[in-house]
Design a protein around this ligand. Sequence first.
Ligand SMILES: *Cc1c(COP(=O)(O)O)cnc(C)c1O
Length: 420
Amino acid sequence: MTSRSKTLFDRAQKSIPGGVNSPVRAFRGVGGSPPFMVRGQGSRIWDEDGNEYIDYVCSWGPLLLGHRPPEIVEAIERALSTGTSFGMPTEREVELAEAICDAVPSIEMVRLVNSGTEATMSALRLARAFTGRDLAVKFEGCYHGHVDSLLVKAGSGVATLGIPDTAGVPKAFADSTIALPYNSPQAVADAFERYGDQIAAVIVEPVVGNMGCVPPASGFLETLRELTSSYGALLIFDEVMTGFRVAFGGAQALYGIRPDLTTLGKVIGGGLPVGAYGGRRDIMSMVAPAGPVYQAGTLSGNPLAVAAGLAMLRHLKAHPEIYSQLEVRTAQLAAAAPAGLTVNRVGSMLTFFFTAGPVTDWDSAERCDRPRFAQFFHWMLDRGFYLPPSQFEAAFVSAAHSEEDIERTAAVIRQFFTGA
Ligand SMILES: *Cc1c(COP(=O)(O)O)cnc(C)c1O
């Protein structure tokens, strides 16, 4: 029996590398071939063959309110009726910038871009310009988009596919990056002792999502803040995943740390392509045309995308109870895991790691039983539950997931482990 999805996937591979426009979608981490999607509503998605799934990928994070929330659909439709793009300033861009600055106090000024990758790339360039230094510190298993110098020891699809570092990345770019183990304050202290006067920035996922969910150990983020400040380097929180996800003000609100620069994406676009970088006014004032650091975008601040993002942020601000609901629902889902499995969760981000754990960094994440994870993934998929098709990606719960959705999911998870 050939399904429509399988036929489409075979066809896609003739015109698109690997058949997909972003690698993890191709299911290489779990085997099999991906369902092609036709529709989403609330917590549900439907594929080309009419199968229904409860969706725990949520477009890899953006869909904090689930699929097609009415407030966002209406905002996009209103924007659509007046024009799709001007390449000129519009009032809503100012409103979105103000909404971001208002929600995240460390962000005094912000520039909108089109993706998380653009945000981290630009933030790093800016940090290098501001400090007059070249080196960047990142952490193994963290993913900051496909920025050349940040692909060193990267998480997400790079980890899933086991791609060796830096194919196509000039050695000089890779050499400008120091990759250290996550949650190791000592490693960071050592790096600063050695290279302190050359380090422009430390970039970190304050809660990692891209080696699966790995929370910061107590004191780790504080150490990064202290060391960067004392050596004159900048602290960049990559909150492309965690921004407006783990709390309205992001992970920095949750852990009480004020970074110098922050990158955003995913949730702030409400399901459309938006990224942003922002932070201290003195640093952001170096961005062109205010200053000498060039960064531009034909479709940056796109009216449809900005309308969607603004509707998302306004809805979240008006409904803070969404975050407590997400906490309760996701905790309920996490509780379905049996002993012997490690469950990491922060707010509505979670990962079932197939190892006794604990999972605190890339080395411990990598110890997972990936074939067993793949079995689990397909068991769930066959029964109508779409989890991330990789051990090294976080699952997401949205505000559209009902208690009944979670109960049904938890029951099927338990069945997998009891062999029922
Ligand atoms: C998704 C992600 C990115 C990249 O964002 P894109 O929009 O895919 O370019 C960067 N950093 C983090 C932490 C992410 O989760």
